[in-house]
Design a protein around this ligand. Structure first.
Ligand code: FES
Length: 617
């Protein structure tokens, strides 16, 4: 793993941090003193730093919980949670400005306002149950429990009652009662009050991210990300809907694939942390409308047909046993609500995490993925659309496309009159991933190898300097750009960008860029008025912002107005997990966001056609 230099102010000491590792540990082991009151678990604020140079990686849930959204936006991070991949300069435990100072310590009301209340809704209480003593009693185990724990006997689920006789007697009546929103979920032998965990799930079209948190503190215990195994039945949503359409057995296949994956991920999380499955009492799930429906085993056929109507939108809460998830069978699985059409709980979660509904400034969050989503607005009005980009941006349906793994060209630029590339792992190239594709096309536009309509400029070959001219080629009917000549790529192959690849990218970026333009159009927001454009989704972290602007994927805003916020949907799911207040806010958000259907809007077709072209230099 390559090391990344991190400069720590005010002393200007540079420490080397392994790429992907957290700053706190590396800095401490190299002799920099950073106070870590909670031991680096993201539960205090003593290790905070401010990023003063370099691109701030997206905030984590612990940054959000401990520092609050405002400070995270200003570049504050907990160094124990701060994983680096690019050089940074950090100010150590920086003096906070007056407002921030209040948030962090003195003004208690401000603390309450700025921070997310930690109220997961799960409560564990130790009770002492007086067991029936003599044979003339007119009571029962359940009634005695209800008396001790102030519960209504009728609220206790049968599954819990079945465990009562032994549970209550094994520890001589000492038991821990678990409730969610005051409804009993379980009774455990002895004192287990310290053990309460939850799992947040983000089911994306392409990948599934699952995170285990301790409910009382919000501490992230472990997180896993895997490819969505439904992809073998279709890369994008429409092909997956087509697979399940009017075919219950195919729908069951899709559902069991994703539930199987969730159970694998849950196993891994529990094994890594030593948390027992029965200690997981709450889950939150976000995903677009199609993923949401399929996970519930609901036929998505009509989601995929005009007028694209969802079967349900409200925040559903189910016991985990209904979905056969391998946690406490009574654990509550809370699906975040859906806006409408394809705009699902993932968009709601992203708006929740980025607090779009709390600011007066015109802001937008764009989830760049197979199924792109855009939410834009202010506290007055929020509007959202879904932009079906297809999988080109993830490297699929591209001749030499691949995911962002070792061997992928992930960066490209022009230097000394030719194209230059970076390959993940620095070995021979095996293909090109989404961020590389965007860079290559941006550089090719700058060099004039591709014109604004997307046409590869074969006819003008003579006008280019030799290295660039040598990249233009024609094979049969096909125009292409040779990126890595035959013999120099992995396996002595070559890597090319075909005319068709360029067209696929134009369709994808036209969908997302057109979606952004459409919301701007409906809200009457020119580029100058858009103050904050946040790029979300796993992919959003890797692409180069200048290249994304160059190809017209996103509008050309002033520098500093475009930034990465990481997987905002997953962060929103985590917030709703540790805070019922946030989950209730998600419900209000879902009801207040207006859904704009691109397919039926009379102005969209023109905007889309325009957005497929590249901006003229
Ligand atoms: S050491 Fe406590 S939050 Fe980092």
């Amino acid at each position: 793993v390559p090391d990344v230099p991190v400069t720590i102010l005010p002393e200007r000491r540079t420490v080397m941090v392994g790429s992907g590792s957290v700053v706190l540990r590396a800095a401490q082991s190299q002799g920099v003193d950073i106070t870590a009151t909670c031991g680096g678990r993201g539960r205090c604020t003593s290790c905070r730093v401010k990023i003063v140079e370099g691109v701030a990686p997206p905030g984590t849930i612990n940054d959000q919980l401990q520092l609050g959204d405002d400070l995270v936006r200003e570049g504050y991070r907990l160094s124990c949670q701060l994983a680096v991949s690019e050089p940074l300069s950090l100010q150590l435990a920086p003096p906070l400005d007056e407002r921030a100072f209040q948030i962090l310590g003195v003004d208690r009301d401000a603390v309450a306002r700025a921070r997310v209340p930690m109220d997961a809704g799960v409560r564990k209480r130790l009770v002492r149950v007086e067991l029936p003593q003599e044979e003339h009693h007119q009571t029962s185990d359940l009634e005695q429990l209800a008396l001790a724990a102030a519960l209504a006997p009728a609220d206790v689920p049968l599954e819990v009652i079945r465990t009562l006789p032994s549970t209550l007697r094994e520890a001589k009546g000492e038991a821990t009662v678990v409730t969610f929103q005051d409804r009993p979920l379980g009774v455990e032998r002895g004192d287990t009050t310290a053990m309460a965990f939850g799992i947040a799930v983000d089911v994306g079209t392409t990948s599934v991210v699952t995170t285990l948190l301790e409910l009382a503190s919000g501490e992230v215990m472990a997180s896993v990300s895997s490819l969505n195994p439904q992809a073998t039945f279709g890369g994008d949503l429409m092909s997956r809907i087509a697979f399940a359409q009017w075919n219950p057995s195919n729908l069951r296949k899709l559902q069991s694939r994703v539930i199987g994956l969730l159970n694998q991920q849950i196993d891994e999380l529990l094994e890594r942390t030593g948390v027992l499955p029965q200690w997981v009492y709450k889950l939150t799930v976000v995903g677009n409308t199609c993923m949401h429906h399929v996970l519930l085993g609901i036929d998505p056929t009509y989601v995929g047909l005009s007028p694209y109507s969802a079967v349900l939108r409200h925040p559903l809460v189910l016991p985990a046993r209904t979905l056969h998830l391998k946690v406490n069978p009574e654990a509550r699985v809370c699906f975040l609500p859906i806006v409408a059409g394809f705009v699902g709980a993932d968009a709601v979660a992203a708006a929740l995490a980025t607090r779009l509904d709390e600011s007066d400034a015109m802001r937008a969050v764009v989830d760049i993925g197979t199924n792109g989503e855009v939410v834009m607005g202010t506290r007055e009005r929020l509007i959202a659309c879904s932009a079906p980009a297809g999988p080109a941006l993830e490297g699929a349906q591209i001749r030499h496309g691949m995911r962002g793994a070792v061997g992928a060209i992930d960066r490209a630029w022009l230097a000394d009159g030719d194209l230059r590339f970076h390959v993940i792992g620095d070995g021979p190239a095996q293909g090109i991933c989404g961020s590389g594709l965007i860079d290559v096309v941006a550089a090719a536009l700058d060099a004039g190898l591709i014109d604004w309509t997307g046409l590869i400029q074969l006819e003008r070959r003579d006008r280019f300097p030799a290295p660039l001219a040598g990249r233009l080629a024609e094979r049969g009917e096909e125009r292409l750009l040779v990126l890595v000549p035959r013999g120099e790529a992995a396996g002595a192959g070559e890597i090319v960008l075909t005319q068709d690849d360029v067209r696929q990218l134009q369709l994808a970026k036209g969908a997302i860029g057109g979606g952004i333009r459409m919301l701007q159009h409906v809200l009457g927001v020119p580029d100058e008025a858009l103050q904050d454009l946040m790029l979300a989704g796993g992919f959003g972290n890797y692409l180069s912002i200048p290249s994304a602007v160059r190809i017209g994927l996103i509008p050309p805003l002033a520098p500093g107005r475009i930034r990465y916020v990481g997987n905002a949907a997953a962060l929103g799911a985590q917030l709703a997990l540790v805070s019922e207040t946030e989950r209730a806010r998600a419900e209000r958000l879902a009801r207040s966001i207006e859904h704009l259907s691109l397919a039926t809007h009379p102005d969209f077709q023109d905007l889309f056609v325009e957005a497929m072209n590249f901006p003229k230099a």
